[in-house]
Ligand binder design. Structure first.
Ligand SMILES: [Zn+2]
Ligand SMILES: [Zn+2]
Ligand SMILES: [Zn+2]
Length: 117
């Protein structure tokens, strides 16, 4: 499966987000393509990102970069920050940035701290 972006390793870390825990890639609604992060999409896709809507949470849109399993948005958000398949730890800060990828129920963080995906 091809993942677009600017990778620095083979576990979906990229030049923007590359901590121990940054091991997911996201399939974007706008193009159906996997990108390492929203900044990779912004720099390389050439179009504005669209977010998955609340009724599309059963869409397999999250790739675990460790085991290569596609998770649905609901599985990812309910995962407790671990891959349900291989138990790799996910970055809990990712959920602060879900508004780049999915519509959320309302309490999305507005500010971009810049250090977590
Ligand atoms: Zn796109
Ligand atoms: Zn990136
Ligand atoms: Zn996994």
């Amino acid at each position: 499966m091809q993942v677009h972006g600017r990778p620095i390793d083979d576990q979906t870390r990229c030049v923007h987000y590359h901590s121990e825990l940054d091991v997911v890639a996201i399939k974007f609604k706008c193009c159906g393509e996997l990108y390492l992060c929203h900044l990779c999409h912004e720099e390389l896709a050439g179009h504005v990102a669209e977010q998955w809507s609340l009724d599309e949470y059963d869409e397999p849109a999250i790739l675990c970069g460790v085991c290569g399993t596609m998770l649905t948005i609901a599985e990812y958000l309910g995962s407790g920050d671990h891959c349900p398949h291989c138990a790799a730890a996910f970055n809990p800060g990712c959920r602060l940035h879900t508004q780049f990828y999915f519509e959320t129920a309302g309490d999305a963080c507005e500010a971009d701290g810049g250090s977590v995906k």
